[in-house]
Write a protein that binds this ligand. Sequence first.
Ligand code: SF4
Length: 474
Amino acid sequence: MNFYSQWRQAPQLLREDTGFAPTERLLQAIWRHQRVRRDKLTTVDGRRVRVWHPGFWNRGAGPDFRNAVVQLDDDAPQTGDVEIDLTSADWHRHRHADNPEYARVILHVIWRATSGSAPAPALLLEPFCDAPLIELEQWSTSAAISDLPIEFTGRCRAPLAELPESSITTLLQQAAWVRLQQKAAHLAAVARHADWDHALWCGLARALGYQHNTWPMQSLADRLPILRNVARGDPLHWQALLLGAAGLLPSLDNTTGADRALLQSLWDIWWRERDRLREHQLPAGIWQLRGCRPANHPQRRVALLAQWCALDDLPRRLEQWFDTSLPLPQMPGTLEQCLRGSADDYWCWHWTLSGPRQPAPCALLGKQRVGDLAVNVILPWLWARAADSPSRQQRVRECFLAWPATQQNSVTRLASQRLFAGRRPSVLRSAAGQQGILQIARDFCQHAPATCDACRFPDLVRDFAASPTAASDS
Ligand code: SF4
């Protein structure tokens, strides 16, 4: 053993001497990689457990693993969630019993059995680990631990691995293009019942709602024509109207200090307007705040929407941005300038209206968000509007395919691991590659169990490999 490995081991050895206990994170790694004697697994009440798939690690709210496939004795395999806890009593201590997110838990994996238990069968991990805990802890610090184990990746991984890089690019760009056209068709449908500008506002608002709050943001966008009748035009007035109509203005009672000034100004405006807008106000309860990261808090998103409303005719600005026909690499930067509202000293330093000032700036709009808005809303909108202009549609397509990658989300991260298992095809460095993988996840992964049974995508990849289009442009 060399000096470095001795040095690395020392603290753990010390801890084992003093009664080393695992963390939940370590137990999650053990389960995720199935560092257990899989042929020996039994529940606490003596049923044989076969794990066909451990499920997908959930880093957000809810059970630790989603969509596991587990078989007890000779019962049919079941798909559901797995919760990992240190003790059986944690099920009640962590209030999982009252939380509907845990209703699909089919196995409670624990380190130690104590009084109190989950309704799901319990599996005690310690007797089945395939190595001493100290060794597992050292293993768990390696970088590869966050990857999906190769045996639990998708069945499409093998045929995809045989495709040349250029064919993977073509395939993902084709899937991405399907996605853009679907979004364009949705925007066109909204425009048929209202107009193109309203379709854009709805698309932007929905995108700001990000997963949890898409519908409340859509409802707010539906109220924009009414709010425009009373809006004075400046960002503060728009903030008051939108946050008030959204039911997101917090009470003044619990807010103190220098940061109260903005809230006071917003309430001063909203008090004057709220009677005539009362029937259009959203109930505060429709916003989902649980599991929402501070950067995605609806108050911030509504504040950004208010900045755009205060800009002089955002839809025309976006058309002008596109019509400048700048070289493609300059398009993301200029779009960011186009979407940037007036400087806001409050929102640069606060996540919410009642939160403390942050030690570092937190801009309302960053490069990643601009990229998301471009590929999900603005380019589909421009493409849908250009139905009579093939050259303009071609320019939208070029812009879309050239757009740099945006931030990965949990869906793209997981799908990349299932499809490519640690490989990173170059197309994933583009937003179109990410959109393509999202479309494949939606079309195939969402409709198949974690074991990929009956998924047609592997066959589709093989057919694609044999087709003359495999190496051609999408
Ligand atoms: S469900 Fe289909 S597309 Fe998804 S990983 Fe499995 S084989 Fe691939």
